[in-house]
Ligand binder design. Structure first.
Ligand SMILES: [Zn+2]
Length: 182
């Protein structure tokens, strides 16, 4: 994104009192970094943006060459997708990790990122995108959604196989059910 540095400055200024700051990340574009120690269980951001249908999401992002589309679209349920590209929240800048310190939770149709372990100052906030693999998988998805989080147990991809069993909803991070690919 060509205006990444300008955008970064704007967000840093706005979130001066916040728990985090947005600036370029080592692995991927911009990232969100803790500005103080944050305990586990703290809600750090809401995933915001236009709430649209899956059909509208498909219309907006119908270019096969577009990169990372599914890292911006957050599927809430079978009807609703949040288009993070249109939101002004910082949650869209939270990068994927296979061993994350945050997770996404669904509450009343809204998606919130919360810490799931203590985060020390300066650490990048991450969550597991768990992008659901469509069947059949488009041929370039393995490359497009490759993971380079660098964690010891990196699975090499942001994608997951669709889970066979549903955990009780209360216990289940929304991302598990909420990020199916189209
Ligand atoms: Zn990884």
């Amino acid at each position: 994104m060509p205006d990444a540095s300008a955008r970064s400055v704007a967000i840093e200024r706005r979130s001066a009192d916040a728990l985090f700051v947005v600036h370029p990340a080592p692995a991927h574009g911009l990232g969100v970094f803790a500005t103080r120690d944050i305990p586990a269980g703290i809600r750090v951001a809401e995933y915001t943006g236009d709430r649209i249908s899956h059909a509208e999401a498909a219309r907006r992002y119908d270019d096969e060459d577009m990169e990372d589309v599914h890292t911006l679209l957050y599927t809430v349920d079978r009807r609703t997708v949040i288009d993070g590209a249109t939101g002004d929240g910082v949650a869209r800048y939270v990068n994927h990790s296979c061993e994350p310190n945050c997770d996404a939770f669904l509450e009343d149709g809204r998606i919130f990122l919360e810490t799931i372990r203590p985060v020390t100052t300066g650490t990048e906030l991450t969550y597991d995108y768990r992008l659901r693999r469509p069947q059949p998988m488009p041929r370039d998805w393995r490359r497009r959604y490759a993971c380079c989080c660098g964690m010891p147990r990196c699975r090499g991809t942001m994608l997951i196989r669709p889970p066979r069993l549903r955990a009780p909803r209360r216990l289940m991070p929304s991302a598990q059910s909420a990020r199916p690919a189209r």
